[in-house]
Design a protein around this ligand. Structure first.
Ligand SMILES: [Zn+2]
Length: 58
């Protein structure tokens, strides 16, 4: 999946066991290019972008 902020393809999945995954929530991803941390929440047939940490500003 591409980064929704910068379009980078170096996103990595982050293990967040403490958060408690559900079937409706995809794994958290972090962009290796801009630092954005996000995940996709799935509600029915809708995919919603859930930004956990904004991209690093330089
Ligand atoms: Zn990015």
């Amino acid at each position: 999946m591409k980064c929704p902020n910068c379009g980078g393809r170096e996103a990595v999945e982050i293990d967040m066991h403490s958060e408690g995954f559900s079937a409706e929530t995809s794994p958290v991803k972090e962009c290796g290019t801009c630092g954005l941390v996000w995940r996709i929440k799935v509600t029915g047939d809708r995919h919603e972008l859930d930004i956990i940490k904004q991209a690093d500003k330089k």
